[in-house]
Design a protein around this ligand. Structure first.
Ligand SMILES: [Zn+2]
Ligand SMILES: [Zn+2]
Length: 239
């Protein structure tokens, strides 16, 4: 599988050459291509996106609003995400149900619910092809079925919104916000995932001294025996 990180910026004002566009990832294999998330930054390019299918993690502007003028292919999302996007003129709407894997463009795709937002319930996707799997969740506090989502995966692609300071609030029984990179690296260690990649970068990475922040993240990963990459726009990764 080839992952192309088309965008790696979170829902922040700051942008740099390395993190210019909202987090979006194109995944291709010999059999097809999918794009996960098309945020608002992509709205002008959306008609020309080349993929067999688009998968949306949730309905927040930085993940889905690039499709407010429509989509050039089939779009997969949960019922809750479709409800939030009911005004978008997307013709080919496919409903994805967490816990029910399905074949999309030659990949096996399974959605896992993650805590992140009560208004825009989010999922992460486990994507498999050719006997290899990775998990992609750009916005999350918590994965409900973490062991099943990450077990046996060759890589975890996660939320770079915050490095060590939790950005988590409680609303009723739900947690909303972002788990720190540090916590996500611990999940990788616990589930035996050898590589963590961070996208959806927050202001510490984008507006700060990126080299120093990346060094700090590498130290955290090292302590946990996990390899780590902070993704940038245009980065290509072969898994
Ligand atoms: Zn986001
Ligand atoms: Zn979000």
């Amino acid at each position: 599988m080839k992952l192309e990180f088309k965008g790696t910026r979170g829902y922040i004002e700051a942008r740099t050459d390395r993190h210019r566009m909202h987090a979006s990832c194109r995944v291709s294999s010999g059999r097809g291509a999918i794009i996960i998330d098309v945020g608002e930054d992509w709205v002008e390019q959306a008609p020309d996106l080349e993929a067999d299918a688009i998968l949306l993690t949730h309905a927040h502007p930085d993940h889905a609003w690039g499709l407010k003028g429509g989509a050039p292919c089939a779009v997969y999302a949960t019922d809750e995400t479709w409800e939030a996007l009911h005004r978008f003129p997307i013709e080919d709407r496919k409903v994805i149900v967490p816990g029910a894997p399905r074949r999309v463009a030659g990949f096996t795709i399974e959605a896992f619910t993650v805590e992140h937002s009560t208004r825009a319930p989010a999922v992460g996707y486990r994507v498999s092809a050719g006997g290899r799997a990775f998990f992609y969740a750009p916005d999350l506090v918590y994965i409900h079925e973490r062991a099943r989502a990450l077990g046996g995966a060759v890589a975890y692609v996660g939320d770079g919104a915050t490095v060590a300071r939790p950005m988590v609030r409680k609303r009723g029984e739900s947690l909303i916000g972002h788990a720190p990179v540090q916590t996500q690296l611990t999940w990788c260690r616990k589930e035996g995932v050898p590589l963590a990649v961070f996208t959806h970068c927050g202001s510490q990475i984008v507006a700060g001294e990126e080299e120093a922040v990346v060094e700090r993240i590498m130290g955290m990963a090292n302590e946990r025996g996990v390899d780590v990459i902070v993704a940038y726009d245009g980065m290509v990764l072969d898994l």
